[in-house]
Design a protein around this ligand. Structure first.
Ligand code: ABU
Length: 376
């Protein structure tokens, strides 16, 4: 096995080394201030918590193992996290919660920017210790790559001051949409909070979704932490559950992004893409009317694909419309069955975290447009 090199600047350059999550011991966490944000009103998960049924864990792991095998067969190195017993309660000086979550979606936790892997300051109390599942891997990368930067964003306190009390009381979908449009989310601006999956990496520019899991203060922190980057705040008012950018705004190659047609980027925020000749096309509709049972995510995991290089993409095998669109966009499609893994934290992009993609830090947006940048 070749020595580890950590480096990834975007979502589409040739992938050579990746982490694929594991479903072992995953729990549905008990209610807490932020998790209600993630659970749709009519979800079968409302009021349930505890370890997920073993049979579903085994099915999810089987599909995760298949994904790992597909990647390895293409010469991509795959590492796996070390799950802990996620049913353990968490107690800190500021909060307690009855269980943790899991480590199927490494993309939520780990943000790779160049030579750095940064553990996010996540807003869910049940995910406070999730970074531990990656500790052995980080230690190994640190030992093997002398230039690797092993980083941790400020650990949030997640006291009640980090959440708006009563935000979800009797909330309707219309309320959610109005609040999303008004940038009124359950998290406050008390401390930096973000999920790594809210950040879309496009070379020198990091586009961050302002939503239920990422606040403006985190973007300020990211801008100071990555001073050579330009951090942008974008939002998608059509999404009643604005959590994670990767089923909403998905780059396929330099100059091309698919955008969820129910969650279009507002016109004023498109200007920077237009000024730099990027094409934003509506994503194809999902093949399914409903997500699988006990799933946090929407049917738009259809577009949560894993780009292997500028011509190749892995798409969930039953997503016939998305596969057809990829084909029309000139991509070679590798179908992989993955719906059994969805309930454990998302789709093919969610289930992975980049360690190494070829390529360097390009400036895809030399024509900057005022409005979205954090640094003015
Ligand atoms: N982690 C991506 C989930 C986004 C969605 O449910 O649409």
């Amino acid at each position: 096995m070749s020595a580890t090199i950590v480096s990834s600047w975007n979502e589409f350059d040739p992938l050579k080394h990746v982490i694929v999550g594991r479903a072992d011991h995953t729990c549905i966490p008990p209610d807490e201030p932020a998790t209600q944000a993630k659970i749709p009103e009519d979800s079968d998960m409302r009021g349930m918590w505890g370890p997920r049924p073993l049979e579903t864990v085994e099915k999810a792991n089987s599909q995760l193992d298949t994904l790992a095998g597909v990647l390895e067969n293409r010469g991509i190195r795959v590492d796996r996290p070390s799950p802990i017993q996620w049913n353990q309660a968490v107690h800190t000086p500021d909060f307690s919660t009855g269980s943790q979550f899991g480590c199927m979606p490494p993309r939520d936790v780990i943000l790779t920017v160049g030579k750095e892997m940064l553990s996010a300051a996540m807003s869910f109390r049940c995910r406070y210790f999730e970074y531990l599942a990656y500790h052995d891997l980080m230690q190994r990368y640190f030992d093997e790559d002398p230039a690797f930067r092993w980083e941790q964003a400020p650990r949030p306190r997640l006291s009640d001051r980090s959440y708006k009390s009563g935000y979800f009381d009797e909330i309707t979908i219309q309320d959610r949409l109005e609040r999303a449009a008004a940038l009124d989310f359950v998290t406050t601006e008390h401390e930096p909070l973000f999920d790594a999956a809210d950040v879309c990496r496009l070379g020198r520019d990091l586009f961050c979704q302002h939503g239920l899991t990422t606040n403006r203060r985190a973007m300020e922190w990211l801008q100071r932490h990555f001073p050579d980057h330009r951090v942008h705040a974008i939002n998608f008012p059509g999404d009643p559950y604005p959590i994670h950018i990767d089923a909403t705004f998905v780059p396929l190659k330099p100059g091309l992004i698919i955008n969820n047609p129910n969650r279009r980027l507002p016109q004023d925020q498109r200007k920077i893409f237009e000024a730099n000749d990027w094409e934003i096309v509506d994503a194809a509709p999902p093949a399914h009317a409903q997500p699988p049972a006990l799933c946090y995510s929407s049917v738009w995991l259809s577009m949560n694909c894993l780009v292997l290089d500028h011509q190749t993409v892995i798409v969930e095998a039953s997503e016939v419309h998305q596969m057809e669109q990829m084909d029309q966009l000139g991509m070679e499609v590798i179908p992989v069955e993955f719906r059994d893994a969805y309930p454990f934290g998302g789709g093919l992009h969610c289930a992975t975290a980049d360690v190494y993609r070829e390529g360097s830090c390009e400036d895809y947006f030399p024509n900057q447009v005022r409005g979205t940048q954090i640094r003015r």
